[in-house]
Design a protein around this ligand. Structure first.
Ligand code: SF4
Length: 389
């Protein structure tokens, strides 16, 4: 029997965007004509049912993602944030993040966010090259980025992060180098940098199938990763997770919940949640989500995660963190197993191949990626799947 682990992390999904980016497979719908107020009503219904079903004790991190949460108008934003704070016991020093897109954050909206308890903003910038932004279907330009950051600072936000992308069609090492330099000039405390993945059901996937997507060659993409790591580290940012870099004390706390394989609430259309070794996925369509929320929790599916899968997840997501995984944490989550026994053969192989290293720290054994392992992360994570099945 797994003890009841009321999540301390809360994720809420706002599934509307001004338009659809060419690479996007997230649950997001073009805003025009959407019943946003009804969606916010439905979200509040889901909050009420959620806390009845799994009462929270304290919420330490909130992450509002999308979609583009900042397409809400200032009054909608105020109302939404009020309902979050009304239903969930958010602790005083909680990390409260909202994802935003440049060009959707005027001063009034930022003020509504600040008044509503938000203390961290993650901007989807992706590139500082207007030509590339247009090619990937983003609607903002570089000036919007500068204006948004300036506005956020004016309103008092100092915990800011931006997302950048590499491996984009037509992107060169020079493009990436320039984008990273311009991002560094902003002097923010946190940067997330992801490689493009061509997902099914996206415009990019169609182009890829037709051989019309000029992706950089694999070696160039590898060099991009090396280049951005070098630049970020040179500028004093710790590479604390495969795709994330921070100044000390500014590591993203909410996402660390996922990387530590801990419980989280997930509300909103298409959102996932995880607790008591059960995972759920919510209905994705706006109307089905709204309709279902009037009578019940708007689930698309709920399924048990087997102990084996949970252990695999623990390793795969935990090794994304540069601090690695601790034997003691594994023992806490899986008291009937020992990490070195269950995954002994794969760990030995990865140690031998130089992709993993073992450290003894304060009576604990820690396994973490080597520099080489970081570059071949997917190979390492994949090695933990299907062992002992
Ligand atoms: S802004 Fe983000 S969520 Fe919206 S379409 Fe673009 S990638 Fe998808």
């Amino acid at each position: 029997m797994i003890e009841n682990d009321a999540p301390k992390a809360l994720y809420i999904h706002i599934p509307f965007c001004t338009n659809k980016c060419h690479y996007c497979d997230f649950t997001s719908y073009v805003l025009k004509g959407q019943p946003v107020d009804q969606y916010l009503d439905a979200l509040e219904q889901e909050m009420i049912r959620t806390i009845e079903t799994l009462p929270p004790s304290r919420i330490e991190t909130v992450f509002v993602g999308g979609g583009t949460p900042t397409v809400l108008t200032p009054p909608q934003m105020g109302r939404f944030l009020n309902s979050v704070r009304k239903h969930f016991p958010i602790v005083e020093n909680a990390e409260f993040t909202i994802e935003a897109n440049p060009g959707t954050t005027d001063i009034d909206k930022l003020q509504a966010m600040r008044d509503g308890g938000v203390n961290r903003i993650s901007f989807g910038v992706q590139s500082f090259d207007n030509g590339l932004l247009e090619k990937i279907g983003r609607i903002h330009n570089v000036d919007d980025v500068y204006r948004s950051i300036e506005n956020a600072r004016k309103v008092g936000f100092d915990n800011l992060s931006i997302d950048l992308m590499f491996g984009l069609p037509g992107q060169t090492l020079t493009h990436l180098s320039d984008s990273v330099d311009r991002a560094m000039e902003l002097g923010l405390p946190h940067y997330s940098i992801y490689s493009l993945k061509v997902e099914e059901n996206t415009l990019f996937h169609k182009l890829y199938e037709r051989n019309e997507l000029p992706l950089p060659p694999e070696e160039e993409e590898f060099n991009m990763f090396l280049l951005l790591m070098e630049k970020l580290e040179k500028n004093g940012y710790a590479h604390y997770e495969i795709s994330n870099f921070a100044k000390p004390g500014f590591e993203g706390r909410h996402n660390s919940t996922y990387w530590r394989n801990e419980a989280y609430y997930g509300l909103g259309a298409g959102a996932h949640g995880y607790s008591n070794r059960t995972r759920h996925v919510n209905l994705k369509g706006i109307t089905p989500y709204i309709d279902a929320s009037t009578e019940k929790l708007p689930r698309l599916e709920t399924f048990d995660v087997s102990e084996q899968e949970a252990m695999e997840d623990f390793m795969m997501v935990g090794l994304r963190l540069r601090e690695g995984v601790k034997s003691s944490n594994f023992a806490k989550q899986f008291p009937e197993h020992k990490l070195e026994v269950f995954f002994g053969s794969v760990i030995d192989k990865l140690l031998q191949n130089g992709l993993l290293e073992r450290l003894e720290i304060e009576d604990d054994t820690v396994y973490r990626l080597t520099n080489q392992g970081v570059l071949l992360g997917n190979e390492v994570f994949g090695a933990f799947i299907g062992i002992n099945r």
